[in-house]
Every structure is written in C-alpha cells, then in structure tokens.
Design a protein around this ligand. Structure first.
Ligand SMILES: C[S@@+](CC[C@H](N)C(=O)[O-])C[C@H]1O[C@@H](n2cnc3c(N)ncnc32)[C@H](O)[C@@H]1O
Length: 273
C-alpha cells in the first residue's frame, strides 16, 4: 500500500453537488461485477469538497448489494477532515443518510490505498483537470488496485448531473465501454455531452475522430426525429439509439437502459485514432 503521506496526483477544484452523480451510480448499481462480489469495496476517488457523493453512492448501492462498503479517497487533506466531520453528523442521525452507513473517508490518490482490493473505483470529475497525456498512467495506477474482474468507472458530468459520460476500464487497464447518460426531459440536443466527455475523449471531438462522428450522428438523428417529441423525449431518444445502431455502430444498450437516457458502445468504437 502506498504511504498516505504521498498520494499520487494533485489537488484540483473540489466542486461537487448533491445528486450530481446519480446517473453513473445507477449504472454502477446494475453492474454484474458489483452484484456478484461478496462484500464489495467501492472507492469514490476524488469525492471533492463534501463527502455527499460517497454517502449517496453507498445509499444507492446498498439496495442491490446489502454488504457493500464505500471508501471515499481524497488527495486534499482538508477535504478528508471535512468529510470525516460530516460522517459524525451521519452517525448522530443529523442527516438523511443511515446512521450505520458503511462509509469511511481517507486520504489517497491514484495509488488507491485500500485495506483490500476494491471491486469498483468511481472517479468522477477528477481527470477533467488533468492533462490528456496523464490519463493512461492514472488508469493504470487505479486499475492495478482492483479486485480481479473489478472496474474503474472514470468520467465527467455537468454540475447538476443532467449530462454525463464515462468509460469503464478493466482490472488490466483495458478501456471496455463508453457510456453517455442524459436527462431526456428538457434535453436540447444530445451532442451537448461533447462538453462533458471523459478526458481521454474530450479533445478528440474533432473531424476525423470516431467520437466526433458519433456526436454528429446523435444530433442529426435527434433532429430527424423531432416529430417524435410529441410522444415525449424518451421516444425521440429511442429513435436516436436505433439510428445509431442502424448506422452500424455496435450499440450495447437495451431498451430498458435506453429509456433511462443511456447509450453504451464498446470503447473501441470511439477510441482516439
Ligand atoms: C471536481 S472535484 C469532483 C468531486 C466529485 N467526485 C464530483 O464528481 O462531484 C475533483 C476532486 O478530485 C480530487 N483529486 C484530484 N486528483 C486526485 C487524485 N489523484 N486522487 C484523489 N483525489 C484527487 C480533487 O482534490 C477534487 O477534490
């Protein structure tokens, strides 16, 4: 285990928000990797200025994995102190979270100092403030800590969690899938997610790159299916997902997930050229 005094990475802005990560949490809650793990340890890496997203992650996951444990790791020691104080409020029943929530906070960076290998590491809005060239090393460091069959989920979202996307990466550092998840009610156009792509892709939204083709197709299909808005944004999005599939993209999203505003593709379909 790496020494707590030398976490890998650097402190960045701590912006976070209640409910901000609900979309990625919902996706994590459906992962077979989580559901089949006995007493899974889940890490919220870089939880930010408050521990709320770690507490929410625990609350959401315990409904599908009763014995889940969440460890919030932060590189900034002041944020560890603040979240630890929040936890005292939780234990004292002064918050909506269960007083016996199996949540802890500690200092740590990409070396992910945990007492046992985590099944899931969720790193949301962390790499956004790093350089693109630092992504591969950060993925390698974090995934090296995963339990066999575990997943790193690394991505970005807007401040209130309506527009989000992430990449899940295997324990041997192979990026598996790319997922976008959009709040469909009030969605103006799906390529808004281009502003909230994971670091590995956000600078690749340029002509000649696959993710750029995908963004263009999403908006074209959204416009073409404008008439379906009469039946609601879900019907319009289902038509977009069908159009992406019909255009030959290897869509992995079933109808149930698509209705949630999701689209998942193998990472290879959008990987930088
Ligand atoms: C923008 S906040 C994101 C907070 C929360 N995850 C969210 O999505 O709302 C990013 C946080 O990641 C932390 N951070 C940056 N690099 C880190 C690293 N290598 N290890 C742990 N935390 C890190 C920063 O200190 C900051 O508090």
């Amino acid at each position: 285990m790496a020494r707590a005094s030398s976490p890998t990475g650097h402190a960045t802005r701590g912006t976070t928000n209640t409910n901000r990560l609900r979309r990625v949490d919902r996706w994590i809650a459906a992962r077979p990797e989580l559901l089949r793990a006995p007493a899974p340890l889940v890490v919220d890496l870089g939880y930010g200025a408050s521990g709320v997203t770690a507490l929410e992650l625990y609350t959401r996951l315990r409904t599908v994995a009763a014995d889940v444990e969440v460890l919030g790791l932060e590189i900034d020691p002041d944020r560890v102190a603040r979240a630890t104080a929040q936890l005292e409020d939780v234990r004292a029943g002064r918050t909506p979270f269960p007083t016996d929530a199996r949540v802890r906070f500690a200092r740590g960076g990409f070396e992910v100092p945990t007492p046992r290998p985590p099944t899931i590491i969720r790193a949301s809005n962390v790499l956004r403030q790093y350089d693109e060239t630092e992504v591969a090393d950060a993925w390698r460091l974090m995934t090296a800590r995963l339990a066999p069959g575990g997943l790193l989920i690394e991505g970005t979202c807007d401040e209130i969690g309506r527009v989000s996307s992430w990449i899940d990466v295997s324990a041997d550092a192979v990026p598996l899938r790319f997922t976008i998840s959009l709040r469909l009610a009030g969605l103006e156009h799906p390529a808004i997610v281009a502003e909230r792509l994971p670091k590995a892709l956000i600078h690749r939204n340029i002509p000649g790159e696959r993710v750029h083709d995908l963004m263009a197709l999403l908006d074209t299909a959204w416009e073409r299916n404008a008439a379906l808005a009469t039946f609601g944004p879900v019907q319009r999005w289902l038509a977009v997902v069908a159009a992406v599939r019909d255009a030959g993209w290897p869509v992995q999203t079933n109808r149930t997930r698509a209705k949630l505003g999701e689209l998942t593709l193998p990472y290879s379909a959008v990987a930088p050229r």
